[in-house]
Design a protein around this ligand. Structure first.
Ligand SMILES: [Cu+2]
Length: 155
């Protein structure tokens, strides 16, 4: 079979690019410990209900004005469904999924992260205004996705 010289050049170029891209991705994965952004802690997604602190999700006070909130996302709800913090509180959210990919977003606050099974997402926010903040899933996760919400009460 005769392959035209220019065609051979472009096939070689394409193949070389493929090899370079695979080498870069493999190097990033192996050498740099490639993980999704902000997801530094891993968890067995099949054992979320038995893994502390996600076996008892909820709000923990760590200091005056500082809280940690542990959430489990699963189709189609967040646990806890509601938390209440004093105005001015800094809340660090730790979120994991017990099933599929979810989102974790509190509009108008900058709290917005993906929730990937096997990983613990972490995001912090200081609530400077009183009110009821809606917490929603913003990654389509199935037929009940639009009902997947919780709330943060700032009093
Ligand atoms: Cu969803």
């Amino acid at each position: 079979m005769h392959v035209h010289r220019q065609e051979r050049i472009w096939m070689t170029f394409g193949l070389a690019m493929l090899v370079i891209f695979l080498a870069v991705i493999t190097t990033a994965a192996v050498v740099d410990g490639f993980v999704p952004p902000s997801h530094v802690q891993s968890i067995d997604p099949t054992k979320v209900a038995q893994t502390p602190p996600f076996d008892h999700p909820g709000l923990r006070k760590v200091a005056d004005g500082a809280y940690e909130a542990y959430y489990v996302a699963r189709i189609f709800s967040f646990t806890p469904a509601s938390i209440e913090v004093p105005v001015g509180s800094r809340v660090t959210f730790y979120v994991t999924s017990a099933d599929v990919e979810h989102g974790f977003s509190i509009p108008e606050t900058g709290v917005n992260t993906m929730v990937t099974p096997g990983w613990v997402s972490q995001v912090s926010h200081t609530f400077k205004e009183r009110g009821t903040f809606l917490l929603v899933c913003n990654e389509y996760c199935g037929s009940g996705h639009h009902m997947m919400a919780a709330k943060v009460e700032v009093k």
